[in-house]
Design a protein around this ligand. Structure first.
Ligand SMILES: Cc1ncc(COP(=O)(O)O)c(C=O)c1O
Length: 415
């Protein structure tokens, strides 16, 4: 049987639309490794460096957690949890309405103000989901007369927003600035609606977009710039303000997009921009207009998060000690860890069968990592995706890398 992801996307000739679910079920229950072996796994603790998990066969065991995007452990920060608790007590657990109607409280307004201040811009809009933020922002601002120019490694939600917008979609190879300029230089004069979109920190490689160069090209070719800094906020830049700060282009990004679910440890997404852009998005971003507002408890927690981030007191330095130590230990063992500049560290495997088996072995032997393959990256670039976390200690990092190395040697990933 052919095991490619794509084989379960289309309805085959003569099939009912649900027949593909039978075909997939047959494969997943066949015992053949597909990379989905952890499907059904349950986490038994709050986000923490070591966690109990329950496998789908009911077995409970402990793992060192290298698979969480809550890099700064803000999901469990006492001040953040207190903020969430207070908002929960005041407003209950759900908002019961979309933001433009009865779904917004002063807690939500405070959060939007804090995010705008964090970027030094006029206003911000908070979406109830990060994925929805990208889809809503791009599809609201761009339409059939426009062109959107994307890094090939941009997040899926950006591409989905582009497709929904109906704009002409162009893609340049990952961080290839010469190719980007080639695209820009060939745009017809009459195509005046131009938006370059890039992740700040790339979610699968952990490297950063060269925003200084992108801003320069945008100015030269009269484009707007949107940066999704989901994995950069709180982590990179001199004071943790993200990739634009790192490259010295704060204030030159038209649409500062970010997710509240990664470093900030909560849920949701935002766009920090001018007052007029935010006003427009409130009315035209359909994933905002037609979607219930973030629970006040999450917004309350996030207000405390942004107090910590604004004063650069969220533990960034400690996180970087762990990032550097984890990278050092992996390099010492001989792993290919790409060019990470953030808390996301790829460990390249290059073979899906090896990746799937390794993933299963590591998890069952005490280390949880995420794995990435098609459709998130090309199959031949498949990898483990390790995330550093602030609350890990060096002993846990060493233990995790020893376990990873032991099993990786069995598969000749390292010698
Ligand atoms: C770069 C990037 N953008 C957007 C998202 C979507 O964010 P969320 O998971 O909060 O919906 C993610 C996370 O998956 C991401 O990595």
């Amino acid at each position: 049987m052919n095991l490619k992801f794509e084989n379960f996307v289309d309805t085959l000739q003569g099939e009912d639309i649900l027949a593909k679910t039978d075909r997939l079920d047959e494969v997943l229950s066949s015992g053949i490794m597909t990379g989905n072996e952890a499907l059904g796994m349950v986490t038994m603790n709050k986000v923490s460096p070591e966690s109990d998990i329950r496998e789908k066969d009911g077995k409970i065991h402990n793992v060192i957690m290298l698979g969480s995007n809550s890099y700064l452990n803000l999901s469990t920060h006492p001040q953040v949890m207190d903020g969430a608790r207070q908002a929960l007590d005041e407003f209950g657990y759900g908002m019961g309405a979309v933001s433009n109607y009865a779904g917004i409280t002063d807690i939500h307004k405070e959060l939007e103000g804090r995010i705008a201040e964090f970027y030094g811009v006029e206003d911000s809009i908070v979406f109830p989901s990060g994925y929805g933020a990208n889809v809503g922002i791009v599809s609201a601002l761009c339409s059939k007369n426009d062109v959107v120019i994307n890094d090939a490694a941009n997040h899926a939600s950006i591409f989905d927003g582009c497709m929904l917008s109906g704009a002409d979609i162009k893609v340049y190879p990952h961080k290839d600035m010469r190719y980007l300029e080639r695209i820009l230089s060939r745009l017809p004069e009459e195509k005046t609606g131009r938006l370059i979109i890039t992740d700040g920190v790339f979610s699968m490689d952990g490297d950063m977009a060269p925003l200084d160069k992108i801003v320069e090209l945008a100015q030269k070719y009269r484009c707007r710039v949107m940066v999704d800094d989901a994995h950069g906020v709180g982590v990179v830049g001199k004071t943790g303000r993200g990739t634009a700060e790192y490259f010295g282009v704060t204030g030159k990004i038209d649409l500062n997009v970010g997710m509240l679910s990664k470093g900030p440890g909560g849920l949701g997404g935002y766009c920090a921009a001018s007052r007029k852009v935010v006003q427009y998005l409130r009315l035209y971003a359909r994933s905002y207009f037609f979607s219930t507002a973030l629970p006040a408890s999450v917004a309350g927690g996030l207000n405390e998060v942004f107090k910590l981030l604004a004063s650069d007191n969220a533990g960034r330095e400690k996180l970087w000690e762990n990032i550097n130590y984890l990278k050092l230990k992996l390099s010492e063992k001989g792993f290919d860890i790409g060019n990470s500049q953030s808390a996301v560290i790829p460990v390249m495997i290059y073979s899906e069968p090896v990746l799937f088996e390794l993933y299963d072995k590591l998890r069952r032997n005490g280390v949880y990592v995420n794995i990435v393959t098609y459709p998130a990256v090309r199959r031949k670039e498949c990898r483990m995706r390790l995330c550093a976390m602030k609350d890990l200690n060096f002993e846990q990092i060493e233990r995790a890398v020893d376990i990873i190395a032991k099993y990786a040697r069995e598969y000749n990933v390292i010698s």
